[in-house]
Design a protein around this ligand. Structure first.
Ligand code: KG4
Ligand code: ZN
Length: 321
């Protein structure tokens, strides 16, 4: 039995979790800063770092006390090492380092993107090989995983990430932050055929979302107030989901992958989950909503499946395309 304590602070969630053998959650605590950043319409890095400082010891203490786990029972301490906001990463990773030293446990530096993928191992029997669609606020990638530690990026966005496009378009049409959940919710009431937005014409498995964002802007500029926000949201979402599903299914087919995995904040999207499940010829794995967006459970799982001691490596998958 291996028990990992994971710490996450790459953006605006301060979180700690305990996971056994990469699949079973033994404890978890998270403090979200969303309400603080809402006022600014996005994450303010300096404010976020200060909030992490306030919250980090609280979430660690609560996770341990509520689970009844003693530090001596831990196999290792894992912290998100990047990518993310430098100032916020520093808070969580320094806490992980301090605990590693104080409790004399190995320290594992976890790649944030690999952690998103590993959210899919929680309470499932998932094993590689698979094709993963990783869609977050900063990244959009299609990755071919042949084993737990090794993934080859076969496609990625050439400009905005899918989540970034959601957030920017939400701001443009007057919805709050974070934009993804707001567009997802509102689009249920809208007509996805109301506006024809382009998919982004990029060859192969790559993506582009900046043209789509501009297309929404051009339409909005010409529309009278009040804006038909539900129709705009539904039409925009349709364009994003269409291309994500199309390219992921193409990759699955061409690589002969026996399963598809969704990961990252945008994997919480209701329409994306529904359409890929409908159209996929192979099983689709998708984390529960709470494990799609940033959390520490996925960090502790990644430590088990992909981690090596920080001095040896970081469990980062190959970044070569
Ligand atoms: O993975 P994540 O929590 O943080 C990063 O690593 O970036 O992803 C956050 C992104 C945000 O852009 C947010 O708007 C988007 O995920 N998101 C969604 C949904 N929930 C979160 N996008 C579309 N539909 C959702 N339901
Ligand atoms: Zn993330």
């Amino acid at each position: 039995m291996a028990l990992y304590l994971g710490i996450e602070s790459s953006c605006d969630e301060t979180a700690c979790a305990l996971v056994e053998d990469g699949r079973v959650v033994k404890g978890s605590c998270m403090l979200s800063q969303t309400s603080i950043h809402e006022t600014f319409g996005g994450v303010v890095p300096e404010v976020a770092a200060r909030q992490h400082l306030e919250a980090i010891n609280v979430v660690i203490a609560k996770t341990l006390s509520e689970s009844g786990v003693q530090p001596s029972e831990l196999t290792a301490i894992a912290g998100t090492a990047g990518p993310g906001l430098v100032g916020t990463l520093l808070v969580g990773f320094s806490a992980a380092k301090a605990l590693s030293w104080a409790w004399d446990k190995p320290l594992i530096a976890v790649d944030h993107l690999m952690a998103h993928i590993c959210a899919n191992y929680i309470d499932t029997d998932l094993e590689p090989p698979f094709v993963a669609l990783l869609v977050s606020g900063g990244h959009t990638q299609i990755i071919h995983f042949t084993d737990y530690k090794n993934g080859r990026i076969i496609g990625q966005t050439r400009d905005d990430a899918a989540g970034e496009a959601y957030d920017k378009v939400a701001r443009l049409i007057g919805l709050g932050y974070p934009g993804g959940p707001a567009i997802d919710k509102l689009s249920v009431q809208g007509d996805k055929n109301a506006f024809k937005f382009p998919e982004g014409q990029v060859p192969g498995y790559d993506f582009s979302f900046s043209g789509l964002k501009t297309a929404v802007l051009r339409v909005v500029e010409k529309l009278p107030q009040p804006l038909p926000t539900a129709d705009l949201a539904a039409s925009f979402q349709d364009a994003v989901v269409r291309v994500l599903v199309k390219k992921t299914l193409l990759a699955q087919k061409e690589l002969g992958a026996p399963r598809i995995v969704l990961a990252g904040g945008v994997a919480a999207n209701r329409e994306l989950r529904a359409r890929i499940n409908e159209q996929s010829p192979v099983p689709v794995y998708c984390p529960p909503l709470s494990l799609c967006t940033d959390n520490a459970v996925m960090v502790a799982s990644a430590a088990h499946f992909c981690g090596e001691e920080a001095t040896l490596g970081t469990g980062v998958y190959s970044r070569q395309t």
